[in-house]
Design a protein around this ligand. Structure first.
Ligand code: PLP
Length: 437
């Protein structure tokens, strides 16, 4: 291992993975006859082929090849509750007994709405949909109607859903909104763009910590500058808290003391079932009050589906209370510090960025304040890390993302920290020589 370069180490890791996962390979190859590349969700495709999961429990995944992994992906933050939370399970069982396609109002939708509006400072009123993508689409079109303006400002590296991707500039499959692109964490530049486009700008859409770009926290000064500039020009500030709302009792907005006009939610708020939400200022959200003859329509067959509503209401009122959110955030901070201490001790160009229970490994020493900084890492290093951790029984994202979940024990955290240290030690020379900076 010590003499390998990055490409050779990746090849070896992929070969070892392929040998240990024949059933996953067979499944993916057969699926390729019906799904393009055997895949229906791009982010979970991994070279040479992905793990196929048979079942999961607690904080573990079990694949079709008989391996068990400690689950440090946490379904890209939607898996906050792990895989067998008893309260959520019971809520879903009770919901199944009641029937699940009513086509009518149900009690749980207002119970969940009450919990969310009590918790997140910006949410006077909220509406449900089926995903984070849909929540952001709805927030954007709401802002455009409310302001009578066309453009939306987003940031390099931003990810707001399957049709709202700005990692490498706007994706060709994006919804065709006219976009103004800002640089993340550039307060002055963003304020100047908002001033320049103010008359045409409906909304500024921002993640208070960029998730998909690599858990890059937004500077409080940057987010405050957005708040001020939006207020000055009558632009609606939308915080995409689809991931980050888990990072404290009142989301990241409460932790940072910056209140947007609209907030979008998703991932874990349905207790692990499909759900999205958008909400915010009462004067904006009242556009959707159907008792007003001029109200805007907001349709969605499954907006208040019984299973997601019941699971979400139980999850947000009984399981992920604001106190639990604060506790998990504290544990995440301590865990990230521990990983960074290991990286420093190994003297390798590796750092773990993030906040609370969400973090990302970057293979560079340079400070990371934007996706451009994150690109300073050598190509393939995160992929090697993914495979090396899999081989040690730990599942995290191919791009290096790590998310803690509620059922994790100190044994899980110790196992990850030990494997992380082991990986760094084994590959230190390779990581040093591959580093760009
Ligand atoms: N916004 C952010 C910040 C996200 O990370 C994601 C998903 O990863 C989304 C929106 C889209 O959510 P969904 O996958 O539920 O459509």
């Amino acid at each position: 291992m010590r003499n390998l370069d990055l490409a050779a180490a990746i090849e070896l890791a992929e070969r070892r993975f392929a040998e240990a996962h024949p059933a996953s390979r067979t499944h993916i190859e057969r699926a390729g006859g019906f799904l393009p590349g055997g895949n229906t969700r791009t982010v979970i495709h991994v070279r040479p082929f992905p793990v196929v999961v048979e079942r999961s429990d607690g904080a573990s995944l079990h694949d079709v090849d008989g391996h068990r992994y400690r689950d440090f992906l946490g379904e890209y933050t939607a898996g906050l509750f792990g895989h067998s939370d008893p309260v959520i399970k019971q809520a879903v069982r009770d919901a199944l007994d009641k029937g699940w396609v009513h086509g009518a109002h149900i009690r749980e939708e207002s119970a969940l709405a009450e919990a969310l509006t009590a918790r997140f400072p910006s949410l006077d009123l909220v509406r449900f949909c089926n995903s984070g993508t849909e929540a952001n689409l709805m927030a954007i079109v709401t802002a455009r109607v409310f302001t009578g303006r066309e453009k939306v400002m987003v940031f390099e590296g931003g990810y707001h859903g399957g049709v709202l991707k700005y990692g490498d500039g706007p994706a060709p499959t994006n919804a065709p909104f006219p976009i103004v692109m800002g640089a993340y964490n550039d307060a002055e530049g963003a304020a100047a763009l908002i001033a320049e486009h103010g008359d045409d700008l409906a909304a500024v859409l921002v993640e208070p910590m960029q998730g998909a770009a690599g858990c890059i926290p937004g500077d409080p000064d940057f987010l405050e500058a957005l708040r001020e500039a939006c207020t000055a020009r009558g632009v609606l500030l939308i915080f995409d808290e689809v991931m980050t709302s888990r990072l404290g009792g009142g989301g990241l907005q409460a932790a940072l003391g910056v209140t947007p006009d609209l907030t979008t939610l998703g991932k874990y708020i349905g207790g692990g079932l499909p759900l999205g939400a958008f909400g915010g200022r009462a004067d904006v959200m009242r556009l959707y009050d159907p008792s007003d003859p001029k109200a805007l329509g907001h349709a969605g067959t499954f907006n208040n589906n019984q299973l997601s509503m019941a699971a979400g209401a139980a999850a947000m009122t009984q399981v992920y209370t604001p106190e639990t959110a604060e506790r998990l955030s504290g544990e995440g901070e301590a865990f990230r510090a521990r990983l960074n201490e290991r990286a420093a001790a190994a003297d390798v160009p590796v750092q773990v960025t993030g906040r609370g229970s969400m973090m990302s490994v970057h293979f560079t020493r340079a400070p990371i304040r934007s996706v451009a900084d994150a690109r300073g890492a050598p190509d393939g290093a995160a992929h090697l890390f993914h495979h090396e951790m899999l081989a040690r029984g730990l599942y995290c994202a191919d791009r290096g993302m790590i998310n803690l979940s509620l059922p994790m024990t100190s044994e899980d955290l110790d196992a990850f920290a030990a494997a992380f240290g082991d990986f760094l030690e084994e590959h230190a020379p390779l990581l040093r020589s591959a580093a760009k900076r």
